[in-house]
Structures are given as structure tokens and as C-alpha cells.
Design a protein around this ligand. Structure first.
Ligand code: C2E
Ligand code: MG
Ligand code: MG
Ligand code: MG
Length: 287
């Protein structure tokens, strides 16, 4: 009941609440300065071909290291950054850094197809996303096809007037557009058809239940069927076991990502991983 009131904005004052609010205030104060203080870095999780584990691409995942707060994963700060609007600056930094990293890897001859960057809903609203993407591509000199943007289902559903136009500009830049965590929300095929999306990421929420949980099996089959019938690419996320890999392969899923292969890696470790496992394609094909 007190929880309910809290959600409606009526809160009784308790020491825990005061402490929570103080903590939030501290976090947000540090967050405001984090880009300027160069406290963020990216780790890169390999996306691999499920048949042989060859690396196809990398997803950039943000990490925050702050002197007084320590090392933090996005779950600790992304929602706050969305609320305060800081996500716009952070997201711009992620975009530029990921493109620069791709440039460095290409200069080194590392043959991965693309680098995937997560874009939050607020980032989509709060700035001219298409221009910052174009700028990050121009600055780094990588082609649009070497960049993938992962959006959440929310982007499909909320009725933002410029959504379609932004997606079309991004598509015309050659950028690969993907819906992250697909199946967690309430995407209707209708929305999916409206936008020029290239692929879906099957949510780890369902991948983790297969092959034993029958309803997760059903959702994986359904999402695979949607991707296939709409001609969309599909990446399974959260692949942790050999049984899951086999199940997905049998469903016809070609690409996966998860702890079975690797967690996110700092750039040097990612490069080592690719060299050890092989990269799935010849870079001359996309440059
Ligand atoms: P996501 O984009 O769905 O990324 C997948 C998350 O699952 C990552 O957590 C990754 O480390 C984790 N993961 C990967 N493989 C496995 C697995 O086999 N098992 C399990 N249990 N987990 C796995 P992480 O790095 O903590 O990121 C969490 C979320 O934060 C991301 O989910 C994404 O929505 C968001 N995020 C991360 N980086 C950024 C960013 O640069 N910008 C924005 N806007 N959001 C980001
Ligand atoms: Mg993602
Ligand atoms: Mg995901
Ligand atoms: Mg997620």
C-alpha cells in the first residue's frame, strides 16, 4: 500500500527514503559530469555464427567507472540518465566511440561486419539522431553498413511524428536497424511493418528457458517465424548453454550472442577473441 502511494507521488518520509533520495541525487550529480570526466568506457560482446562460433559483429555495452561510486553497469544508471536527459550526451559519446573503435579495428584488418550500438528512447526524441549518426560516420570514416543501431520496442509503438522519417534517413545512410529484446514488450506486426527495420534480437528472457520451458519454446518459435516471414535478420541473445545453441540452430537461427561465447570484452581482448575464433567474413566485402 505504501508502495502504491509512492508511485502516485505521495510518500511518507522515512529514513530509508531520505537515504535513497540522497543516493539518487549523488548519482545524478556524478552522472552529469561523467562524459566530461571521461568516466565511461565500452566493452564489446561478440555476436557469433551459431554453427562454428566465428565472430560476425560486436555489440557495444557501456560501463561507468566513478571514483566514489565504483564500477557500474547500465542497469544502475541508464534509467536515471533517461530521466535527467543526460542520456543524450552519453548516447552521443557512445556512438562516436563505437564508430572510432570500428575504424581502429578495420585499420588493423579485423574483419567483423559491424558494430551495434544501443539507442535509448529518449535519445531518439531528444536530438536529431540522424545527424549525430551521420556525423559519427563521417568523423570515423566507416560506412553506414558497418553500424547497427538497436532500438527498443517502445520506438515502434509510441507515436512520434518523425519516427518514420528518422528511420528512413538512417536506412538511406546504410545503417542496420534492429529491435532489441524483441518479444518482451507488446510489438504488433502492424508496427513492425510500418518501419524500415532490418532485424530483431530475440530476447534473452525467452532464450534462457529453452529447450525445457514449453512457453519459452513457443515464443522462440513464434519470433523466428515472424522474422522469417517478414524477411528480417534475427540474433538470439543471452545464449548460455550448448543445449540452447543447438535448439536455436535447429530453429534456423544463424547468429547468437551470450556467455556461452563471451561476455563483453575491452577492445584488446575482443580483438584477441576474434583472432582466436576467426571472424566470419572478409572485410573487402563491406568496405
Ligand atoms: P541489451 O542491449 O539487451 O544487452 C544485453 C545485456 O545482457 C548486457 O548487459 C549483456 O552483458 C548481458 N548478457 C549478454 N549475454 C548474456 C548471457 O548469456 N546471459 C545473461 N544473463 N546476460 C547476458 P549489460 O551490459 O549490463 O547491459 C544491460 C542493458 O543496458 C542493455 O541490454 C541495454 O539495454 C542497456 N545498455 C547497454 N549499453 C548501453 C548504451 O551504450 N546505451 C544505452 N542507451 N543503453 C545501453
Ligand atoms: Mg542491445
Ligand atoms: Mg538485448
Ligand atoms: Mg536487455
Amino acid at each position: 500500500d505504501s508502495k502504491r502511494r509512492g508511485r502516485n507521488g505521495w510518500q511518507s518520509f522515512t529514513p530509508e527514503l531520505a537515504e535513497q533520495q540522497l543516493h539518487r541525487l549523488q548519482l545524478e550529480t556524478h552522472l552529469r559530469r561523467a562524459v566530461g570526466n571521461e568516466e565511461f568506457h565500452l566493452v564489446y560482446q561478440p555476436q557469433v555464427r551459431l554453427t562454428d562460433g566465428a565472430v560476425v559483429s560486436a555489440e557495444a555495452l557501456i560501463r561507468w567507472r566513478n571514483q566514489s561510486l565504483g564500477e557500474m553497469r547500465p542497469a544502475r544508471f541508464i534509467d536515471h540518465a533517461e530521466t535527467t536527459g543526460d542520456i543524450v550526451g552519453i548516447g552521443g559519446w557512445v556512438l562516436r566511440e563505437a564508430c572510432q573503435q570500428m575504424r581502429r579495428w578495420r585499420n588493423d584488418g579485423l574483419g567483423i561486419e559491424r558494430i551495434a550500438v544501443n539507442v535509448s528512447y529518449r535519445q531518439f526524441l531528444g536530438e536529431d539522431l540522424a545527424s549525430s549518426v551521420a556525423a559519427a560516420l563521417a568523423e570515423s570514416g566507416i560506412p553506414g553498413s558497418a553500424l547497427e543501431l538497436e532500438f527498443t520496442e517502445r520506438v515502434l509503438i509510441e507515436d512520434v511524428p518523425d519516427t518514420l522519417r528518422t528511420f528512413e534517413i538512417l536506412r538511406d545512410l546504410g545503417v542496420v536497424l534492429t529491435i532489441d529484446d524483441f518479444g518482451e514488450g507488446y510489438s504488433a506486426l502492424n508496427y513492425l511493418r510500418r518501419l524500415p527495420i532490418h532485424g530483431l534480437k530475440l530476447s534473452q528472457l525467452f532464450v534462457q528457458g529453452v529447450p525445457h520451458n514449453q512457453s519459452d519454446v513457443a515464443v522462440c518459435q513464434a519470433v523466428t517465424g515472424i522474422a522469417r516471414s517478414l524477411g528480417l535478420g534475427l540474433v538470439a541473445e543471452g545464449v548460455e548453454t550448448e543445449l540452447q545453441r543447438r535448439f536455436l540452430l535447429d530453429l534456423g537461427v544463424e547468429t547468437g550472442q551470450g556467455f556461452l561465447f563471451s561476455a563483453g570484452l575491452v577492445p584488446d581482448a575482443f580483438r584477441q577473441y576474434c583472432l582466436a575464433r576467426g571472424a566470419a567474413m572478409d572485410m573487402t566485402a563491406t568496405l
